[in-house]
Write a protein that binds this ligand. Structure first.
Ligand code: URA
Length: 461
């Protein structure tokens, strides 16, 4: 037998054969996928063969059967969190990530106040996008890592819990993601889907509502790719027996006004007090309504929305959020006293150099500028400066006069703020021509297909 460098010789399958078949557009079986994933996690299959297979998948894709098999096999590579002992329906929410995206902090207590449990496993900032765990850690004392018993207890007692992933939850994804990152194979719809859904399915919920962001500040910049990703995520969730719905939402400009860790938590608390910015509330109510529908506590969009509005107006959702902070070791007093959050030394206004209308606030550039302020990390080990970031006072479509404040820069360092202002000059475009605010929710995707949000009776307005 010729030794072609195949580490899997004398094993039931040959990696060489699996790679070459996928390279030529063929199909790989569940058993072969198991052989690959288990072999890679156990260190038997080397990086060079795993990389070659990832690249073949990048170019040739996976059919729905292969994708379901890959997701399920990845899921089986580690621990799962069974929620069997926790009462009631449990629904998860996932965002593909954006700038100023604080929907989880508002929607989870709203949905929990309506009697549906919301368990979430979240991550840290990735590139220009902020991380849920980093934002929560701006609350003094807040613990983002919980043992699984504590996770379930907080969920049972409070109705919501947000926690970081343990090392043994889908270890196949940890190893594969690092390899994808180094081999330019991150941006593949089947690989993103298996990565996201294996982690979602590790948590025993009945349904998942996805917020797939599209636009400049999103992972997927192009609308067609975002729709395809959303359809693939929904199909994979449904094939694994979870009610799965996805909304495609605009991420050309930051969501809400605040960008930065403690600033975003403060904006979320204000939202729970009824003072949330319109765009944040629009996405929050839409996601929340589909979480209630997925749980079966409402059957129509309008009914679900009324339930959420009542939970907001009665103050019940704010009470859930305070209980959640306390249960995870934080100081709930922050909800009435924002001085208890880490703040920044200086607040410097960023002013309009010309008058007209705001045409663009490039979310990617804003996210990168937030990293310069210390609100995000360049390297994994970098510390976060929790109090820094931006407070935007204008959104796309707003009129603006010369010298008017567009945003407040929260910084500890005036020199950095000067550099950041130059970046904001590029991110924010003003034009004489009037422009409408962009549509925020574009499509809804469920097991029956893709529907236009604005043209359908699903539109809340
Ligand atoms: N988020 C994930 O968890 N996985 C990906 O592949 C991309 C984004």
């Amino acid at each position: 037998m010729i030794n072609n460098g195949d580490s899997s010789q004398n094993k039931p399958f040959s990696m060489y054969e699996i790679i070459s078949r996928k390279r030529d557009g063929g199909i790989i079986s569940r058993e072969e996928i198991e052989f690959f994933i288990n072999g890679y996690v156990n260190g038997i299959i080397p990086d060079y063969q795993a990389s070659a297979l990832l690249m073949a998948v990048f170019f040739k894709g996976l059919n729905p059967g292969e994708l379901t098999a890959l997701t399920e096999v990845m899921l089986q590579s580690g621990d799962r969190i069974s929620l069997d002992g926790v009462s009631g329906k449990k629904i998860d929410k996932h965002s593909t990530g954006g700038v100023g995206d604080k929907v989880s902090f508002v929607v989870s207590p709203l949905v929990a106040a309506c009697g549906v449990k919301v368990p979430m496993l979240s991550g840290r900032g990735l590139g220009h996008t902020g991380g849920t765990l980093d934002k929560l850690e701006s609350i003094p004392g807040f613990q983002v890592f919980l043992q699984s018993d504590k996770f379930k207890q907080v969920l049972e007692d409070v109705g919501m819990v947000i926690c970081g992933q343990t090392d043994n939850l889908v270890p196949a994804d940890k190893k594969l993601y690092a390899l994808r990152d180094a081999t330019a194979t991150v941006n593949s719809i089947p690989l993103i889907t298996s990565s996201i859904m294996s982690k979602k399915l590790a948590l025993g919920t009945q349904g998942i509502v996805l917020d797939v962001k599209t636009g400049k500040g999103a992972f997927m910049k192009n609308l067609d790719d975002s729709i395809k990703l959303c359809e693939t995520l929904v199909l994979t969730g449904e094939s694994s027996g979870r009610r799965t719905v996805g909304l495609i939402t605009n991420m050309d400009q930051p969501l809400g006004q605040a960008v930065g860790n403690s600033l975003e938590i403060i904006e979320s608390i204000e939202a729970l007090k009824g003072n949330g910015p319109a765009d944040l509330m629009e996405v929050t109510f839409a996601i929340g309504a589909y979480m209630l529908i997925a749980a079966g506590v409402a059957s129509k969009y309008r009914d679900a929305r009324v339930m959420l509005e009542n939970a907001l107006e009665s103050g019940a959702a704010l009470e859930v959020f305070k209980k959640f902070i306390k249960a995870q070791g934080g100081d709930p007093e922050v909800c009435s006293n924002y001085q208890n959050f880490p703040g920044a030394g200086h607040r410097i206004p960023f002013l309009a150099k010309s008058g007209g209308y705001i045409h663009e606030i490039d979310a990617l550039e804003v996210g990168l500028a937030a990293i310069d302020l210390g609100a995000g990390r360049r390297k994994k080990e970098d510390p976060i400066n929790y109090g820094t970031g931006f407070g935007f006072q204008k959104k796309i479509g707003d009129p603006v006069e010369v010298g008017e404040t567009i945003a407040i820069i929260h910084t500890d360092n005036r020199e950095v703020a000067d550099r950041v202002s130059v970046k904001l000059e590029k991110a924010v475009k003003i034009s004489r021509e009037k422009i409408e605010a962009p549509e925020l929710i574009l499509y809804i995707v469920d097991k029956d297909g893709v529907k236009d949000w604005s043209g359908s009776d699903l539109n809340p307005r």
